[in-house]
Design a protein around this ligand. Structure first.
Ligand SMILES: NC(=O)c1ccc[n+]([C@@H]2O[C@H](COP(=O)([O-])OP(=O)(O)OC[C@H]3O[C@@H](n4cnc5c(N)ncnc54)[C@H](OP(=O)(O)O)[C@@H]3O)[C@@H](O)[C@H]2O)c1
Length: 322
């Protein structure tokens, strides 16, 4: 039996739902009578305060990995920041009232939850959550989990360590902006280079890049400088392997990997967020939310349309909910 306190949880809640696959703007519907998800023994029920969008949400809706997806209808959304309103029997880390954040899908592409975070409530395993850093708003916290965990896992997989240099492809995006910051502030990079279009070069510098490369004017693989690690968030591994030093590593999170580049798919875990919380609390790592990137709940389709332009700076967050 799950335990709750005096919090009143309505029997039916609002959520964005799609019952057929397609572009989110075409298939998403705002529904007011969705059931509250059951809370398993290792799960908590979270009152969603803010939820971020990720490219995986629209790729999933479009059916990119439908063979290993959960059945329709689907409430999309991976990232959440909110308040615990109910805890399962086996839950040890959290209690009702705790402010938490996380990516609710342990395996991003393998049966992600049918009921995601674009809803008033969502159920999630406690191991996927961490306490929200007190200095961050719910909007800022929601912007982080999937992107920062991906940034961190990629740097670990690349064997990144103090004194190494790195080139980040796609430095202004949700993941890339955090790879730059983590490489510098957490992993002790000696030199960070990153790519973006012309208007975002100053942003790359402000995030900690020593070298900002304008991809509209220069081909990064033709530069004389080579790097210990190349982190590809764009899907350019064929070119990335030409920018790495001999014996270095290339990780990619998008598209097919050209050897020796390695593609990986994130495994979500709250322990990464717990490790990074001190860096967030000391503001060594800062969330980056697009200047036009906070959308109220009724505008989820507009938020997806903006995300799908591929031009977003940092993250898009849905708030308030509802
Ligand atoms: N494998 C995994 O576990 C995993 C995890 C997370 C994300 N992903 C994937 O990784 C990709 C990136 O995710 P994201 O959330 O970071 O995306 P995002 O935030 O939507 O990326 C948008 C940014 O990409 C930049 N960009 C686009 N084309 C570029 C290019 N040719 N060179 C440099 N920058 C470019 C844009 O800057 P400009 O306007 O300057 O071009 C924009 O700021 C997506 O395909 C996503 O599905 C995979």
């Amino acid at each position: 039996m799950a335990s709750d306190s005096d919090v009143t949880i309505p029997p039916k809640i609002k959520a964005w739902v799609y019952a057929e696959r397609g572009s989110p703007v075409d298939v998403l519907k705002l529904v007011s009578d969705v059931g509250v998800p059951e809370v398993k023994e290792d799960q908590v029920l979270v009152k969603v305060v803010a939820a971020a969008l990720n490219p995986v949400d629209f790729k999933r809706a479009l059916g990119f990995f439908k063979d290993i997806d959960s059945p329709l209808p689907i409430v999309p959304g991976y990232d959440v920041a909110g308040v615990v309103v109910k805890v399962g029997d086996q839950v040890k880390k959290f209690k009702v009232g705790d402010e938490v954040y996380g990516d609710i899908n342990e395996k991003a592409l393998d049966h992600p939850k049918q009921h995601g975070t674009l809803a008033e409530y969502t159920a999630v395993e406690e191991r996927l959550l961490a306490l929200k850093p007190k200095n961050l708003s719910f909007v800022e916290a929601a912007s982080l989990p999937l992107a920062i965990e991906t940034a961190y896992e990629g740097l670990e997989r690349a064997g990144f360590s103090p004194g190494k240099s790195i080139l980040v492809l796609g430095g202004a995006g949700g993941v890339g902006s955090l790879v730059i910051q983590l490489a510098k502030e957490v992993f002790g990079a000696s030199r960070v280079a990153a790519t973006s279009s012309t208007g975002k070069l100053d942003l790359l510098k402000s995030l900690g890049a020593d070298l900002a490369i304008d991809y509209t004017k220069e081909s990064f693989e033709d530069l004389p400088e080579k790097f210990d690690v190349v982190y590809d968030t764009v899907g350019q591994s064929e070119r990335a392997v030409r920018a790495v030093k001999e014996g270095g590593s290339v990780v990619t999170i998008a598209g097919a990997a050209t050897p020796p580049a390695v593609l990986f798919i994130l495994t979500s875990t709250g322990s990464t967020l717990e490790k990074l919380n001190p860096f967030l609390e000391s503001q060594k790592i800062k969330p980056l939310i697009d200047p036009k990137g906070t959308f109220p709940f009724p505008q989820v389709p507009e938020a997806f349309s903006y995300l799908q332009t591929g031009r977003v700076i940092g993250k898009i967050v849905i708030h308030p909910i509802p």
